[in-house]
Design a protein around this ligand. Structure first.
Ligand code: GLN
Ligand code: ZN
Length: 754
């Protein structure tokens, strides 16, 4: 028998039960007891699913009410002192206060979990941070699991990852100094788990995949020396990238086993097998926990079989990382085209792949011949499918590549053409694209989806929304208008629905943070455009006003980043296909008389690879994709782009290289950090630093906006400055938006006067 395990199961529920329960609880419609019941039922169901798939060990503690990092904070009694909670054992209400904020205290900061679309709550540290055993949820879940008759494998975030992913305010303080205070609590947790009869604990240290400073690396050995006594056997889990460079250190670590990711970094398996310590187990993550494709089982076996020959029962098989990042069950998809559905595997299907691999190792290939055969056929189908091999498209792209960059003339030339065309005042005002998604819009969309209203009726509703949005913008006095994006449920799905090469699932939800889930489209084949996607709406909106109406598109990198992407060709190639499709749309918009076209790239920054050595290559093709999308227009057509919610300063050169005529960029929310970067690396084209934090219900007044604009003018000449909010307004209500935008227009007038 070969031991199998899982590193974590999606907690949200196949029908987003947790989301519904959480939101019901927050709205006061569900009691705490009812919420607890939902959580318990989900855990039980997920354990049962994993048990039935035949896994040896099943993760416990991967469930979280909001976020697994926040659960660690609660377990370690490490709630930020600013909340003033006096007992380390938080109540559920206090736990949610950390995640969502209170009247007096802002929520803990949310940030992306490595290069995934999951967001965790960033621990806050200071020199006087204290740790002590907090909530007892993990221990209770272990008891629950034991009484369900399974072998629980509790999952903890390791102490070094926990500290490293946190933040401190005081620049003179190093959070690594907290380690001696933190370790005793980890020891206490581990000894309690041991007392509960636990054999193995999975301790995640994914920071090993990053460019970790030497002092942090040096802390691993002493840390695990301290944790390994009076504790269950520790499986130290790494994922998301190779940790081969740390192999000598990891092999020496006093832990009972290591987990490595053989999907993102198959080549590291060999490095670990070479003189792997006799007393340690090695868990090989052979099934992709980050993507939705059925596995190439032959490829997985080419890695696992030699490992099994060397390690025998010391080999464990699992997914590359937690399955948190994939949807739960493909069986709920009833509308996918059968050919592409047959290429997919969600969490439940991935569990059976793990079992098949283990069985194959233990009993030989003949024991699972049929499954292997089917998997081989799937791979063959993908290779041979006309969907993945559109020759005409591939030739077009090959020919295009040789033409190089965007081919637009210098910005100064474009700028003068655009200035004489649009004759905008100084400090032109605009918004980012979406307007409030009103109840009427949502109802029309739902009615149309469920066949309650006709296509014409739906279009009529959307047209009415657009008319209302245009009228409101004219009344407010904005200079450059948008149509409001009422017809878009989501800025990526909208294009995925219309482009070839995409499928949209019904239930393929993945947790983004807390109760928020996303449903990434799946790019299963070559991407191309067969018809205009936005032109009719933009034309209609432009016909309603004499002011410029911005066309509104999502950029190639963002579409790629927020989709599940093919694994049978480089991401850069898929990006190029999307770029060409967007380019065609841009040209059609121009031909339809749209003079300004915005190509949103909010996800440019988050596509950055985990290790710096790989940044340059990514930024090169990502920037190229944008330039291809934007580069087909005349000088007097103005290309805008928009970015938000990340730390941009590290990639300012790439942002400049996009060479958009205008960039609107989030600044208010991140407290003007952007200007520090612009000081050192000035943006040469026009720029609209956001002056209205749209993530807060707070309405900024005129003076406040003027103050921000003054700051902007100190680093950017007035004739290159735009005035706009941080991001789209779809999550806000019209009432507040009208006041805020009126203030914004007023602030621009004051700037023009002064
Ligand atoms: N145009 C989009 C909107 O306004 C941009 C959204 C985003 O940046 N995430 O909604
Ligand atoms: Zn935005």
């Amino acid at each position: 028998m070969v031991t199998t395990h899982n590193l974590g199961f999606p907690r949200i529920g196949a029908r987003r039960e947790l989301k519904r329960a959480l939101e019901g609880y927050w709205q006061g419609k569900l009691s705490e007891a009812e919420l607890s019941e939902t959580g318990k039922a989900l855990r039980e169901r997920h354990w049962k699913t994993q048990q039935e798939a035949g896994l040896t060990y099943i993760p416990v503690g991967d469930f979280a009410w909001y976020d697994h990092m926040l659960n660690m904070t609660a377990l370690l009694g490490a709630a930020p002192a600013r909340f003033g909670f006096n007992s380390p054992a938080l109540t559920l209400e206090q736990y949610f206060a950390l995640a969502r904020g209170t009247k007096a205290q802002g929520a803990m900061e949310l940030t992306k979990w490595f290069d995934s679309n999951y967001h965790y709550l960033v621990p806050e540290f200071s020199a006087d941070s204290e740790f002590q055993l907090g909530v007892d949820w993990l221990f209770r879940e272990v008891e629950e699991a034991k009484s369900s008759g399974l072998k629980p494998n509790p999952v903890l975030i390791g102490p070094l990852t926990y500290l490293y992913l946190g933040k401190e305010k005081d620049p003179d303080f190093n959070r690594l100094d907290l380690l001696p205070k933190l370790l005793p609590v980890y020891r206490e947790i581990l000894s309690r788990l041991k007392a509960q009869g636990i054999e193995w604990v999975q301790v995640d240290e994914p920071v090993l995949a990053l460019d970790l400073p030497a002092e942090w690396l040096a802390a691993f050995l002493p840390t695990y020396l301290e944790l390994s006594t009076n504790a269950p056997s520790i499986l130290l889990a790494t994922y998301f990238a190779s940790v081969a460079r740390h192999a000598p250190m990891l092999k020496n670590l006093p832990v009972a086993g290591l987990h490595i990711d053989a999907v993102r970094a198959p080549e590291q398996v060999r490095v670990f097998l070479d003189s792997y310590p006799l007393e340690k187990i090695l868990s090989i993550g052979a099934i992709d926990g980050r993507n939705i494709w059925k596995s190439d089982l032959d490829r997985a076996l080419r890695i696992l079989e030699p490992a099994y020959r060397e390690l025998r029962e010391r080999l464990w098989v699992g997914p590359s990382c937690s399955l948190l990042h994939v949807p739960i069950d493909l069986n709920l998809e009833t509308a996918l085209p059968p050919e592409s559905k047959n290429w997919l595997a969600f969490a439940v299907q991935k569990l059976s792949e793990i079992s098949v691999l283990a069985k194959c190792l233990a009993e030989g290939r003949s024991a699972v011949e049929e499954v292997l055969h089917a998997a081989r056929q799937t791979q063959q189908q993908r290779r041979d499918s006309p969907f993945t091999h559109n020759q005409a498209l591939r030739q077009k792209i090959a020919a295009f590549k040789t033409k190089g960059e965007s081919g637009r003339p210098a910005f100064s030339k474009r700028q003068s053409a655009q200035k004489s065309r649009f004759k905008l005042p100084l400090f032109p005002t605009t918004t980012i694209g979406s307007f409030p998604q009103t109840a009427a819009i949502r109802k029309a969309r739902a009615d149309y989806k469920h066949g309650k209203i006709s296509a014409e009726a739906y279009q009529g509703e959307m047209a009415r929304e657009i008319r209302a949005a245009v009228a409101k913008q004219e009344a407010i006095g904005l200079d450059v208008l948008v149509h409001g994006e009422a017809e878009r449920n989501d800025m990526v799905e909208y294009f995925g629905e219309q482009l070839q090469g995409f499928v949209i699932t019904q239930n393929g939800w993945v947790q983004s943070y807390g109760s928020r889930c996303v449903k990434p489209p799946i790019i299963f084949g070559d991407v191309y455009r067969t018809k205009p996607m936005t032109v009719e709406w933009s034309k209609y909106a432009q016909s309603l006003t004499a002011k410029p109406m911005k066309g509104m598109l999502t950029g190639p990198v963002t579409i790629l980043q927020w989709s599940f992407v093919r694994d049978d060709q480089p991401r850069s190639e898929t990006a190029m296909q999307i770029a060409l499709a967007i380019r065609e749309e841009v040209c059609d918009l121009e031909a339809a008389g749209i003079g300004m076209i915005q190509i949103d790239e909010p996800a440019l920054r988050e596509g950055l690879p985990l290790r710096r050595a790989e940044w340059e290559d990514y930024l090169r093709w990502a920037v190229h994709a944008f330039q291809v999308a934007a580069g087909g227009v005349k000088d007097e057509t103005q290309i805008h782009t928009h970015m938000c919610y990340s730390e941009f300063n590290a990639i300012l050169p790439a942002i400049v290289a996009l060479d958009a005529d205008v960039i609107t960029i989030e600044t208010a929310r991140s407290k003007l950090k952007l200007f520090e970067g612009l000081d050192k690396f000035p943006y040469p084209n026009e720029i609209g630093p956001g002056i209205y934090d749209i993530h807060s219900p707070r309405i900024p007044d005129v003076q406040e906006m003027v103050a921000l604009l003054e700051k902007a003018r100190a680093v950017i000449p007035a004739d290159r400055l735009w005035v706009n909010p941080d991001c789209g307004l779809k999550t806000r209500g019209w009432e507040e938006v009208e006041i805020a935008l009126t203030n914004m227009v007023e602030a621009a007038k004051i700037m023009r006067a002064g």
